[in-house]
Structure formats: structure tokens, C-alpha cells
Design a protein around this ligand. Structure first.
Ligand code: SAM
Ligand code: SF4
Length: 327
């Protein structure tokens, strides 16, 4: 089996695949409220093309896949894609990041297609605040989706919570308490400046202080949780779930990076916090052949920066916002 390490010694075996740039929410930190120009159907990768790319990825050393978006569950037949990916020898794990709205409808189908587990994004436990953050009234659907994920054993069910100063930082302990009662694995995430930089600066909270604050209030025991990322996990002594901290801005996120990203329009991205991307289409508009795809994986590995460029001089804005990359 191929193993690919970059020049910083990081083993790259994880591919995040964005299958759409469309979404049924408009989270403030991810997507503009209006004027979003979606890619047309012909501009995004077909499921068959995704499979060809993943085959080349397997030759390169990819063993784990995450399906993301936009919102992956708005793309028709996503459970079929999961089934197709599961047929590929060499793929050890397939997971999904979703806002959860459509999970009541799809969780059973996804389980049947052998999806291993889901991450669900939820930034507040208050319905009105949810409407403010996401600009849509879908809180109850997300809660039903979370219950459904547990019922279907899409375990461990992780909850992604982006912390925002003055918006949801008063709910930190409510999320911690949620892990006492339910087997949810809440991961607090630092706000990344991909869209509106000013808003990101104003809302950003370093998780170092949040972790200290939670520890001051009670005991946190370090634990290991199945996952692909750079989160550190803890649990309350009587907690059914866990609490994780993802610190792209304040901490050692980049040194543990193990991934490449595939955008819905067929670009391979070596790093989330960089405009670098490699086209997987040839000039004639056809997807590259197997050899060409594998070369682009190798090129992405060679170009992968040691760390993100969120605060690099001259990098005031990025070409893509988060919904066009997949998180
Ligand atoms: N729609 C799906 C969802 O929301 O889970 C998948 C795509 S979304 C882009 C993937 C993850 O990126 C979500 O957990 C979301 O909270 C996170 N995200 C989006 N914008 C972010 C930002 N500016 N900083 C930190 N995380 C962000
Ligand atoms: Fe949509 Fe996910 Fe972005 Fe929210 S975070 S707007 S749910 S893609």
C-alpha cells in the first residue's frame, strides 16, 4: 500500500471531498446571505468522476474519505456515492460533515450504504439564535437529525461548534453539559478568516482560554476518540460524550495536518488556508486520465505548505469561501 509523506514529514492519507457548493443554510461565518452564484450541474464533478479521482488517490495513499460541501445532503443520490466509494478496495473509512437538516430523511439510507459516522454542525442550543446565525429557521430539523444519527449508530456522532464572541460564547457550558447527558462529541472550533475578515477578527475567540475556563469549572479527563483530525478530546468524569478543541488559529493544527481537499468543481487543494489549487480537468474539458490524476496528487503533496496563510501579508482575501471548499 502506498504511503505519501510531505516534506514536513506529515503522512497524507485523508481526502475531504466537497460534492456541492449548494446549501440550505446561510451560516454567517461561511456563506454570504445573498448573491451566491452556484456552479451549474455541468461544472461540478459527477459521482463517476469522483470515483476515478478517489482511485488515483488510493494509489497515492488515501485511505479515508470525508464527504462535505456546501451541504452534502442536498445533492441527490449521495447515499449511492457512499455505496460506490465503499466498493473501492483500500478505502477504510467514509464519513460525512453535514448541517443535519436532511438527516431525518437520509440517515437510514446512509447507514445502509455503510457510512461510518457523521459530524453535525450546530453552534447554538437556542432556536432564535440558530435563526440569527444560519439565517434559516431549521433548528428543530437539526435536533431531529442529531437524534436520528444516534439512533442509526453513525457513531461517534460529533458536533461541530464554531465559537463566536458575543454570539454563542455564553453557551459554552451548555454544550459541555450536553456531553454529560448524551453521547455527543462536541468539538469547539476557532473561527477561521475565510470570508469577511473584519467579522472574523471581531468574533474570534482563542480556545486556549475556553479550555482553561472549562477546566476551572470541573475536571476534564483526556480521552482518545476515533477521528481523522487535530482535535484534542476530554470528558467530564460522568460524561457520556466528550469535548474537543480544534485550534486552527491558536495552536498546532498545521503540524498535524493529514489531508488534501477536493472541491466540487474538480480542484485539488493542498491547504485550506491557501489559494493554491490544482486542476483535475485537462484543457479539453475532460477529466485527466489515471496517470494525470495521480501526478496532480503528487504535485499537491509537493506544494503543501507547512502552515496556513490566514495571516500572511498580502493575503487579505481568499479566492474561495468555506462553502466552496468544504471546511
Ligand atoms: N454544510 C456542512 C456543515 O455545515 O456541516 C458541511 C460543510 S461546512 C463548510 C464544514 C464545516 O466548516 C462546518 O462544521 C462549519 O461549521 C465549518 N466552518 C465553516 N466556516 C467556518 C469558519 N469561518 N471558521 C471555522 N469553521 C467554519
Ligand atoms: Fe452551509 Fe455548512 Fe456553510 Fe452552514 S457551514 S452555510 S451549513 S456549508
Amino acid at each position: 500500500m502506498a504511503v505519501s509523506k510531505d516534506k514536513f514529514g506529515r503522512k497524507i492519507d485523508y481526502l475531504r471531498i466537497s460534492i456541492t457548493d449548494r446549501c440550505n443554510l446561510r451560516c454567517r461565518y461561511c456563506m454570504p446571505e445573498e448573491g451566491v452564484e452556484y456552479k451549474s450541474h455541468t461544472e461540478i464533478l459527477s459521482y463517476e468522476e469522483i470515483i476515478e479521482i478517489v482511485k488515483a488517490g488510493i494509489d497515492f495513499g488515501i485511505t479515508r474519505i470525508r464527504i462535505t460541501g456546501g451541504e452534502p445532503l442536498v445533492r441527490i443520490g449521495v447515499d449511492e456515492l457512499v455505496g460506490m466509494l465503499n466498493q473501492l478496495p483500500g478505502i477504510e473509512e467514509i464519513t460525512m460533515t453535514t448541517n443535519g437538516i436532511l438527516l431525518p430523511r437520509y440517515a437510514q439510507k446512509l447507514k445502509k450504504a455503510d457510512l461510518d459516522r457523521v459530524n453535525i454542525s450546530l453552534d447554538t442550543l437556542d432556536r432564535d439564535k440558530f435563526n440569527e446565525i444560519t439565517r434559516r429557521d431549521e433548528f428543530n430539523q437539526v435536533i431531529s437529525g442529531m437524534k436520528m444519527a444516534l439512533e442509526m449508530n453513525l457513531n461517534p456522532v460529533k458536533i461541530n461548534t464554531v465559537l463566536m464572541k458575543g454570539i454563542n460564547d455564553d453557551e459554552i457550558m451548555d454544550f459541555v453539559e450536553l456531553t454529560r447527558e448524551f453521547p455527543f462529541h462536541v468539538r469547539f472550533i476557532e473561527y477561521m478568516p475565510l470570508g469577511d475578515k473584519k467579522e472574523a477578527e471581531e468574533r474570534y475567540i482563542s480556545l486556549t482560554s475556553v479550555q482553561e475556563m472549562i477546566m476551572d469549572k470541573g475536571e476534564l479527563i483526556p480521552v482518545n476518540i476515533k477521528g481523522n483530525g487535530p482535535a484534542e478530546y476530554f470528558r467530564l468524569p460522568d460524561g457520556k460524550g466528550t469535548i474537543g478543541f480544534i485550534t486552527p488559529i491558536s495552536h498546532k493544527f498545521c503540524s498535524l495536518c493529514n489531508r488534501l481537499r477536493l472541491t466540487a468543481d474538480g480542484k485539488l487543494k493542498p491547504c485550506l488556508g491557501s489559494d493554491l489549487e490544482l486542476d483535475l480537468y485537462a484543457e479539453n474539458g475532460e477529466l485527466l486520465d489515471a496517470g494525470g490524476l495521480k501526478s496532480q496528487f503528487k504535485e499537491a503533496l509537493a506544494l503543501k505548505p507547512g502552515r496556513h496563510g490566514f495571516f500572511e501579508e498580502g493575503q487579505e482575501t481568499f479566492k474561495r469561501e468555506m462553502f466552496q471548499i468544504g471546511g
